[in-house]
Design a protein. Structure first.
Length: 71
């Protein structure tokens, strides 16, 4: 059985070491005094910025990345 709580604690570094080259996550960031959403690869590399969360998810998928939830 998968320990879901343990999965929720996985770090960016842990994801990168798993070979998760096709995973990305979205997080809010401040850019020019405005809240936007950055799309980052599992190793933390930023690949896109979008004005809203949904657009960020679409951008990740357009770059052939699967999005995951990271807390």
């Amino acid at each position: 059985m998968v320990n879901v709580e343990k999965l929720r604690e996985i770090s960016q570094n842990d994801l990168a070491q798993l070979g998760a080259d096709d995973l990305a996550y979205v997080r809010p960031i401040m850019l020019a005094d405005e809240m936007v959403f950055a799309v980052n690869t599992a190793d933390g590399r930023q690949i896109a910025v979008a004005e809203d969360f949904d657009a960020a998810i679409v951008a990740a998928h357009e770059h052939s990345y699967y999005t995951v939830s990271v807390h």
